[in-house]
Design a protein around this ligand. Structure first.
Ligand code: FAD
Length: 420
């Protein structure tokens, strides 16, 4: 457990652990960044700031970015999707070129990226922050065609709108069934924040309805705190089944709206299937994903251990025990940019400290959090024991409400830094 003064100290560590930008070389090096989400947008901006004479290209087909963080509040009707949407067009940096295209192939020998608009870019250093893809077929019957009937809403945008519309259209008395994935996956506490907010929606708007969470795991991030909140707020509206308790979904039928575990078939009025995940497809194409589907990296530079001159940050990277979060992706974007600037300037990379804070809403005005601090000495990530912690258990409403306000401040800061 952690008191608030220690928390403030740790949050400060995130910012102050940056190596102050030394005099980086005035080089016209070519740096290509693929993916303009929390990791990529931050890396590209930081590099454009640190190396004004370099040529930084930021590639993403999207005109705007829809944020997953806070999208669970859209599902509960407490935020709009518009509030989640950030334009990717503004660009304060002359050396940063924004290219609206998809990276379709990467030649790591010739050091080129081919684009969906038929263009190609050469690079000295390439940074990939492409996020995740779903592992279609990992749950029998759950493929790309099933997402209309059983939305995952694990990439914010049309999927979020669809799940929200289904919850809205459901009769009072209906059953919502969620399938939570095995680790590792994007946002470890995300399914449980979502469960809390859907349960809140049902309790306040459709009180005869219920949410059943079928889980492929036996434990999860902030489990004690979530279960405490569920017992207090949603005893009649939320049931969680662990893998041990026959929670693992192995098959779905989108036509019949059923989810099957080893021993039971659950019929859903609304189904939210969050499937197993892996690094987005371009990681495979680039040859930086291993047999796990994720990308091994050197923890100091974020350079792939499989391909030289290609760095991987954010959800796609194997950075455990750092979680796959927007907080991590944003910080990794900054740290990776500094290391790339050092490498391009002939300076040795420097280990640093990193932090992560994940806030989760347990009701629209209450939140809990977990903080972790990490070192990357020796090229691997390690948790710094004794630093970090979780919100106190048994806290009163005022503490949870204060954390909800801190969560909102964090969201405003991280989106401004990444996209503003
Ligand atoms: P992304 O943000 O997904 O960005 C990837 C970008 O790459 C996308 O814009 C995509 O278009 C682009 N791209 C992919 N392939 C290509 C290609 N071939 N060419 C060009 N561009 C490409 N994190 C938190 O810290 N706090 C939270 O409260 C939180 N809540 C969450 C709630 C939910 C419901 C979910 C699903 C996630 C949540 N997260 C949260 C996690 C967070 O969303 C991710 O960890 C974060 O978005 C990772 O950033 P990224 O840059 O790795 O990937």
């Amino acid at each position: 457990m952690m008191d608030l003064s220690r928390r403030s100290l740790l949050l400060g560590l995130g910012a102050s652990s940056f190596v102050a930008p030394a005099a980086f070389a005035r080089t016209d090096a070519r740096i290509v960044v693929v993916g303009a989400g929390f990791g990529g947008a931050t890396a590209a901006r930081t590099l454009a700031h640190l190396m004004p004479s370099a040529r930084v290209s930021l590639i993403d087909p999207a005109e705007s970015y829809v944020s997953c963080p806070f999208s669970n509040l859209v599902l509960s009707g407490d935020r709009s999707l518009t509030q989640q949407t950030f334009s990717l067009v503004p660009n304060r940096f002359p050396s940063l070129r924004r290219i609206m295209a998809r990276a379709v192939s990467i030649d790591s020998v010739a050091r080129t990226v081919s684009l969906s608009d038929s263009g190609a870019l050469s690079y000295d250093r390439l940074i990939l922050s492409p996020g995740v893809d779903m592992r279609w077929g990992a749950i029998d019957g759950y493929d790309a065609d099933a997402v209309d009937a059983m939305p995952h809403a694990w990439k914010a945008g049309p999927q979020t709108r669809r799940l929200r519309a289904k919850l809205d259209a459901m009769d009072n008395g209906g059953t919502v069934v969620m399938s939570a994935p095995p680790a590792p996956y994007r946002c470890p506490p995300g399914p449980y924040e979502r469960a809390s907010l859907i349960a809140h929606y049902l309790k306040t708007r459709k009180p005869r309805s219920k949410l059943i969470v079928l889980d492929a795991k036996n434990s999860f991030s902030k489990m004690g705190l979530f279960r405490e909140a569920w017992a207090e707020h949603y005893p009649d509206h939320l049931e969680w089944r662990s893998a041990f308790d026959d929670g693992r979904v192995s098959r779905v039928d989108p036509d019949a709206m059923t989810l099957e575990t080893d021993f039971e078939t659950h019929r859903a009025d609304v189904a939210n299937v969050i499937p197993p995940q892996k690094a987005a497809a371009i990681a495979d194409v680039a040859g930086v994903a291993d047999q796990t589907g994720w990308c091994p990296i050197d923890a100091v530079t974020f350079e792939s251990t499989l391909q030289p001159n290609i760095h991987v940050i954010g959800d796609a990277a194997i950075a455990a025990p750092m979680p796959k979060s927007a907080f991590s992706a944003n910080l990794q974007g900054k740290v990776c940019a500094i290391q790339v600037a050092r490498l391009l300037s002939g300076l040795a990379p420097e280990p640093t400290r990193l932090v992560n804070t994940c806030y989760s809403y347990t009701a629209p005005d209450e939140a809990i959090s977990i903080v972790g601090a990490y070192s990357n000495e020796g090229g691997t990530f390690q948790q710094i024991e004794g630093a970090g912690g979780v919100s106190p258990s048994g806290a009163d409403d005022a503490v949870r409400q204060a954390e909800a306000a801190q969560a909102a401040d964090w969201f405003s800061a991280v989106t401004k830094e990444s996209f503003g």
